[in-house]
Design a protein around this ligand. Structure first.
Ligand SMILES: NC(=O)c1ccc[n+]([C@@H]2O[C@H](COP(=O)([O-])OP(=O)(O)OC[C@H]3O[C@@H](n4cnc5c(N)ncnc54)[C@H](O)[C@@H]3O)[C@@H](O)[C@H]2O)c1
Ligand SMILES: [Zn+2]
Length: 354
């Protein structure tokens, strides 16, 4: 199965059960005639690096210690050194093999090395497969602010080997489901209903259902990105749950996975959407039961609401001290609200799960 992402330069997303035709695809694109360097992390390398190297040939690789804590300038610097040592040039291709951290780091390195070289995404976490590998956002964190320094740099192709999910830790699978539920809530009521109807099959990792979940999420994200590649408007709705989510994530010093932070943020955003009369209490309860079914957290007792609110003001999305919070207009449709008072956000943050 394949899907085309329509941006300035269209690119395909391949959905596959293995890396069986990776070499063939690289060959067809002419990539095998160019220098390639793989970027991956210390968890993914022992699992998949040799398989990818067998497919693509004996090529250099850069391995960094896994974790969001490594998404910083220091790692980037070591990566540039590795590229230089391996004599990468302007025609070279960087391959990101791993989760969203690998994709964001390798993508930003590709966007900046020699003013930009091509890159390919081989996402291995659910979160990267349904979200981070599609859309061309790349970044590193700086001064404990998420994704502060980055660039838009679309990949040349995305190749999703679905079988990599078999080794993904449970907490990381749950994290990916946070973005999956987000896509349903903001982008497509039918997809949201599909998730509600297939909760058990998703938990049982039914291969066919998982393929539909991942392809469906990519489709929703690709459609939004196609309309607003550089986030001048519509694309902002992809930040549903992220205003609070990023605040919790930075307070936890990145100990809590990204998708769990997003689901805490979605709970606040759902409540605000009910308060404004955009969705009904019943609709919110359905969303809550879906998140519960996937073990997604919705509240945290680790931080005071006031602390979370203060961290929200530090997020890069806060413009002129005005919080921009993405809310639901209805199930399957979102918008940005920049008129909410701090008090109403605080009230929602304090709300406990019933
Ligand atoms: N660029 C974007 O559009 C975008 C969108 C959403 C999130 N993000 C970013 O993505 C990051 C989160 O991504 P993530 O959750 O994938 O984090 P991650 O890359 O740290 O991966 C999570 C963990 O799973 C491990 N892992 C990955 N694949 C595995 C596999 N197949 N088997 C075993 N272990 C595996 C990793 O080593 C890591 O320990 C955040 O930095 C977030 O800001 C970016
Ligand atoms: Zn996210």
């Amino acid at each position: 199965m394949e899907l085309i992402v329509q941006t300035g330069n269209d690119y395909p997303i391949y959905f596959r059960p293995s890396y069986a035709d990776l070499r063939e695809i690289f060959k067809k694109k002419g990539f095998l005639d160019r220098k390639i360097c793989i970027v991956t992390d210390s968890n993914v390398a022992p699992l998949y690096l040799s398989e990818v190297k067998i497919a693509l040939g004996e090529i250099p690789s850069f391995i960094f210690e896994a974790g969001e804590g490594q998404k910083h300038m220091g790692t980037l610097q070591k990566m540039y050194t590795c590229f230089l040592e391996n004599k990468l040039d302007r025609r070279s291709i960087i391959v990101a093999l791993g989760g969203g951290v690998t994709g964001d780091l390798a993508g930003f390195a590709a966007a900046t090395f020699m003013r930009g070289v091509d890159f390919v995404q081989l996402p291995t976490s659910l979160l990267a497969q349904v979200d981070a590998s599609v859309g061309g956002k790349t970044a590193i964190d700086f001064e404990n602010i998420k994704n502060l320094v980055g660039a838009f740099h679309q990949p040349k192709l995305v190749y999703i080997n679905l079988s990599t999910l078999n080794t993904l830790p449970k907490q990381e699978f749950i994290s990916g489901m946070g973005e999956v539920v987000k896509h349903g809530l903001i982008g497509d009521k039918a997809y949201y209903q599909f998730l509600r109807d297939h909760c058990q099959a998703i938990q049982d990792m039914d291969a066919d259902v998982i393929l539909q979940v991942i392809a469906g999420s990519c489709q929703i994200k690709a459609a939004i990105v196609a309309q607003d590649e550089k986030e001048n408007g519509l694309r902002e709705i992809l930040n549903f749950g992220h205003c609070v989510g990023h605040a919790v994530e930075s307070l936890s010093k990145y100990a809590l996975p990204h998708g769990q932070c997003v689901s805490i943020g979605m709970y606040t955003a759902l409540q605000l959407s009910v308060e404004l009369g955009n969705i009904t209490q019943d609709e919110m309860n359905h969303a809550i039961s879906l998140m519960k079914a996937f073990d997604l957290p919705m509240t945290t007792t680790d931080y005071k609401s006031e602390e979370i609110l203060a961290a929200m003001y530090k997020d890069k999305k806060t413009i002129n001290d005005t919080l921009r919070v993405v809310l639901l207009k209805k199930i399957g449709e979102a918008y940005t609200n920049s008129t909410l008072s701090s008090e109403s956000i605080l009230k929602s943050l304090k709300k406990e799960l019933e």
